[in-house]
Ligand binder design. Structure first.
Ligand SMILES: [Zn+2]
Ligand SMILES: [Zn+2]
Length: 163
C-alpha cells in the first residue's frame, strides 16, 4: 500500500452548469493505493476550489469542495503467458494501463455528484426583484407600485381621461 499526496492542475471543464472547478486551478489529492488481487484499489479525498453563482441573486460564490473517491482499477486480463488479452469493446471498467491509473474520470464523476444543483449565497437569500432585477437583500423594502390587473377596469372608471 502506498499513500500519494499530490497537487495537480484541474483539467478542462469539470463540474456542472451552475458550479465548476476552473481549469488549471489546483486540486489537492490525498490518495491511498492498495494492491489487491484483481488490481489497485484507490481511495482518497480530493480538495478543489469551486466557482459558482448564487442561483437566486447571481452573486459570485467560491468555496473549497472535498470529494471522496473509491475505485478499483483492475489489471488487464492476461493469458497463461502473461500477455495482455484485448478487452471486448465497450468495457469502461477502470483499468491499470501501462502501470498507470487515470483518476480524471473518477474525479469528474465525484465532483459532479457533490455539487449543489442550486448553490445559494445564504439559505435565505431573497434573490432578485422579478420586475427590475434589483438584488433584494441589498434593498430591504424594495417594491414597485403595481395595480392588480383585476382592478385595472375599476381604475379606468375612476380616471376621467379614460372615459
Ligand atoms: Zn444570493
Ligand atoms: Zn424591483
Amino acid at each position: 500500500m502506498v499513500t500519494v499526496r499530490r497537487t495537480v492542475p484541474a483539467p478542462g471543464f469539470m463540474g456542472i452548469a451552475v458550479a465548476r472547478v476552473p481549469e488549471g486551478s489546483p486540486i489537492e489529492l490525498d490518495a491511498r493505493l492498495e494492491s489487491v488481487l484483481e488490481g489497485v484499489l484507490v481511495t482518497g479525498v480530493a480538495s478543489m476550489g469551486v466557482e459558482a453563482e448564487c442561483a437566486r441573486c447571481l452573486d459570485p460564490l467560491q468555496w473549497v469542495q472535498d470529494v471522496d473517491f473509491s475505485e478499483l482499477f483492475v489489471y488487464p486480463a492476461t493469458d497463461a503467458r502473461g500477455a495482455v488479452v484485448e478487452e471486448p469493446a465497450g468495457d469502461d471498467e477502470p483499468m491499470v494501463v501501462d502501470d498507470c491509473i487515470d483518476l480524471e474520470p473518477l474525479l469528474r464523476d465525484a465532483i459532479v455528484l457533490s455539487l449543489p444543483m442550486a448553490p445559494v449565497c445564504r439559505e435565505d437569500c431573497a434573490g432578485l426583484c422579478p420586475q427590475c432585477g434589483a438584488r433584494l437583500d441589498d434593498d430591504p423594502g424594495h417594491g414597485h407600485q403595481t395595480t392588480d390587473p383585476r382592478w385595472s377596469a375599476l381604475a379606468g372608471l375612476l380616471d376621467p381621461d379614460q372615459q
